[in-house]
Structure formats: structure tokens, C-alpha cells
Design a protein around this ligand. Structure first.
Ligand code: 5GP
Ligand code: ZN
Length: 139
């Protein structure tokens, strides 16, 4: 638990939240400023800032909850789809420094955008540069 973390305070019960799912290690609750009806945040109960800080078991439990909840949330609110994503790090827009997966229900014609819209200016990469990036990531 991190003392000045809002989501740790929610886990501890010090800040109220609209909980929709809970296991020993994972909590899911409605986003306080929803982008859509049913916008849900799924978090590990233990404090970690970045996705890469999670150990394998916790990452697995977190993703299992997201996998279970996403279709359930969609059908509950009558959505046509969902965007599922993580803002990992301040540069990516992470405001709360505790890993959280956004499950955002989407509706036909809702005026929103796909995840592709989160990127900045697209880099103009040559085939050689793409090959180098793939090789470096794969090492
Ligand atoms: P981030 O930009 O860090 O990915 O998103 C943080 C999200 O947490 C935002 O969508 C924001 O609305 C939500 N949020 C911030 N504070 C609270 C809170 O106290 N309770 C709940 N339920 N959601 C919060
Ligand atoms: Zn925390």
C-alpha cells in the first residue's frame, strides 16, 4: 500500500468506490469520471506503478479479471464493443500511479475513437528501422 495513492485508499476502504468485482488480489470499480456508461477500472490490490512491476501471477490474475469482466460489462450496459487499455507512465497519460486497466464500453455512433487515436505524430520508419526495432525488442 502506498500512503498517498487514491487507488490504494479505495482498496483499503478509506475512499468509497462502486465496486463491481473483487477477488483476493484484484478489484474492479466504476471510474468516477466515466467516458461511457459502465467505464470500469480493474486494478491489482497491491500497489504497483507500472505494468512491468507486476509479477507473473498478479499480471495473470489481472488479465483474467479483465477478460471475464469485459464481455460482462458490455452486455450489462448494452454496448456494441469496448476499448481496453492502460495508460502506463506519465507520457502515456497515466494520472493515478497505480496500475489500472480501463474497460470502456463503446456504442455504435458514440463519436469516440479507436485506440489508434492515442498516439502522437506517426513516425516515418523505413523497413530497415522497423527490422531493427523488431530485432531489438525480440532480444
Ligand atoms: P489514468 O489517466 O491514470 O489512466 O486514469 C485515472 C482514472 O481514474 C481516470 O479515468 C479518473 O476518472 C479515475 N479516477 C481518479 N480518481 C478516482 C477516484 O477517486 N475514484 C474513482 N472511482 N475513479 C477515479
Ligand atoms: Zn496504490
Amino acid at each position: 500500500m502506498s500512503d498517498d495513492c487514491i487507488f490504494c485508499s479505495i482498496v483499503a476502504g478509506d475512499i468509497p468506490a462502486r465496486t463491481v468485482h473483487e477477488t483476493d488480489d484484484v478489484l474492479a470499480f466504476l471510474d468516477a469520471n466515466p467516458l461511457a456508461r459502465g467505464h470500469t477500472l480493474v486494478i491489482p490490490k497491491s500497489h504497483a506503478r507500472h505494468l512491468g512491476d507486476l509479477d507473473d501471477d498478479l499480471a495473470s490474475d489481472l488479465f483474467a479479471a479483465v477478460t471475464e469482466l469485459t464481455p460482462h460489462i458490455q452486455s450489462t450496459v448494452g454496448a456494441d464493443g469496448a476499448n481496453v487499455g492502460i495508460n502506463d507512465g506519465a507520457a502515456a497519460g497515466q494520472e493515478v500511479p497505480h496500475v489500472h486497466v480501463h474497460v470502456i464500453p463503446r456504442f455504435d455512433g458514440d463519436g469516440g475513437a479507436p485506440l489508434h487515436a492515442v498516439g502522437g505524430e506517426r513516425p516515418d520508419l523505413t523497413d530497415d528501422e522497423l527490422d531493427a526495432v523488431a530485432k531489438a525488442i525480440g532480444e
